[in-house]
Write a protein that binds this ligand. Structure first.
Ligand code: CU
Length: 354
C-alpha cells in the first residue's frame, strides 16, 4: 500500500512540475519575452560544468588514494611481482587518459557553449585526426596485450622439474592438501575410491601414494618452486592465493595446475604489513554453495628448515605398518569452522593417528 501511494505521489509530483513549467512558459509568452534560455543561464551552466570537473577530479584523487588501504600487500611470489607491475602500467595509462579526456570534455563543453552572436562551425570530419585517435590507442592496446601474453606464457610455462608437487583438493566446503613426498609423485586418485578412511580417493596399490601425506595446512619453503595440482570432488571451486597472486579453478573430473615460487615468509610479511597476526591464506573464489565463505585454509611460507620440521610431523595418507604412531602433534586448524570439524569426523583415521 505504501509502495502504491509513493508511486502515485511521484507521478503527481512529475505532473505538477510539468504544469508549473508550462505556466512559466505561458507567462513569458504573455510578457513578450523571446529568450527562454538566456546567455546568463548558459554561462552559469558552463561554470557549473567546470566546478563539477574540479570537484569530481579532487574527489577521484582523494578516494583513489584513500582506497589504497584496501589493496593487498606486496606480492609474495616471483610471478606476482610481474603481474603487479603489469597492473600498475595499466593503471598508469588509464589514469593519464582519464585526466586528458575528462578535462577536454568539460572544458570544451564550457568553451563552446551557445552564444547568440556565435555560429557553429560546420566541421563534419577530419580523417587525419580520426586516424590518430584510432591508431594510437590501437598501438597502446597491442603493446599491452603483447606484454600481457608474454607474462602469461612465462607464468603458465611448464613447472621446473624439481618443483615440489602438492595436490590441492576442494570439496564443499573445505580444502585438503596432499604432498607428494620424497618421490615427488602423487599417487593415483579417483573419486570412486573415496571412503571415510580415504577422503581423497587415493589408490593404495599405487607405489607413488606410499609416501604421500595429507595435511590441513599448506606449508611452503621460501624460494622453492611449487606446482599445485588442483582437484574437486563436487562442484567447480577456485583456489585463490591472494598474496601469491595465484588463482586456478578446481574442476571435478580433471586436473588443473599452477606453479609458483613463494618469496616472502610469513614472518617477514608480518613485519612488512606491521600486523603480527598476518597469515597467508587459500580461499575459494567461486560461489560454490552455502558455506562457500568458510572455505579457507591457512598457508605458511617459512624457511626450508622449518618446513622440513613441519613436514616430518604430518601423517601419511596410508598408515605405514613399520612406523610406530608418532608423537601426537595435532596440526593447528585455521579455525574451528563447522566444515573442518565435519571432515575430521568423516575421517576418523586421521584423528586417531593424530
Ligand atoms: Cu568452493
Amino acid at each position: 500500500m505504501i509502495k502504491l501511494l509513493t508511486i502515485i505521489l511521484l507521478v503527481l509530483a512529475v505532473i505538477t512540475v510539468w504544469r508549473v513549467l508550462r505556466i512559466l512558459e505561458l507567462v513569458r509568452e504573455l510578457r513578450g519575452e523571446e529568450e527562454y534560455i538566456t546567455d546568463a543561464d548558459n554561462r552559469n551552466t558552463g561554470r557549473g560544468l567546470i566546478a563539477f570537473l574540479i570537484l569530481g577530479m579532487l574527489g577521484m584523487i582523494y578516494f583513489t588514494l584513500d582506497a589504497r588501504k584496501y589493496l593487498l600487500p606486496q606480492a609474495a611470489s616471483k610471478h606476482g611481482v610481474l603481474t603487479d607491475d603489469y597492473l600498475y602500467v595499466n593503471f598508469g595509462i588509464i589514469i593519464v587518459v582519464f585526466f586528458i579526456t575528462q578535462i577536454l570534455l568539460f572544458v570544451f563543453a564550457n568553451k563552446y557553449r551557445y552564444r547568440k552572436d556565435q555560429k557553429a562551425f560546420y566541421y563534419p570530419d577530419n580523417h587525419k585526426l580520426e586516424l590518430i585517435w584510432t591508431v594510437v590507442p590501437g598501438v597502446v592496446l597491442m603493446g599491452l596485450i603483447a606484454y600481457g601474453l608474454h607474462l602469461w606464457i612465462n607464468i603458465t610455462a611448464p613447472a621446473p622439474k624439481e618443483a615440489m608437487v602438492i595436490e590441492v583438493y576442494a570439496k564443499q566446503f573445505d580444502w585438503t592438501a596432499r604432498y607428494s613426498g620424497a618421490d615427488n609423485k602423487l599417487g593415483n586418485s579417483n573419486f570412486r575410491w573415496i571412503t571415510d578412511e580415504n577422503p581423497l580417493g587415493v589408490d593404495n596399490k599405487d607405489q607413488a601414494s606410499g609416501d604421500d601425506k595429507i595435511t590441513r595446512e599448506i606449508h611452503l619453503p621460501a624460494y622453492t618452486p611449487v606446482v599445485f595440482k588442483f582437484h574437486s570432488r563436487d562442484v567447480i571451486h577456485s583456489a585463490y592465493f591472494p598474496h601469491l597472486r595465484a588463482q586456478m579453478n578446481c574442476v571435478p573430473g580433471m586436473t588443473t595446475e599452477f606453479h609458483l615460487e613463494p618469496t616472502i615468509s610469513t614472518d617477514s610479511m608480518r613485519i612488512i604489513t606491521n600486523n603480527p597476526k598476518f597469515e597467508y591464506v587459500l580461499l575459494c573464489n567461486k560461489i560454490c554453495g552455502v558455506a562457500h565463505y568458510n572455505m579457507r585454509m591457512k598457508v605458511v611460507i617459512e624457511t626450508p628448515e622449518a618446513f622440513k620440521k613441519w613436514y616430518k610431523e604430518q601423517q601419511y595418507v596410508f598408515a605405514r605398518p613399520e612406523e610406530a604412531a608418532p608423537a601426537a602433534t595435532p596440526a593447528t586448524p585455521v579455525d574451528s569452522s563447522a566444515g573442518k570439524t565435519a571432515v575430521l569426523a568423516q575421517n576418523p583415521k586421521i584423528i586417531a593417528s593424530r
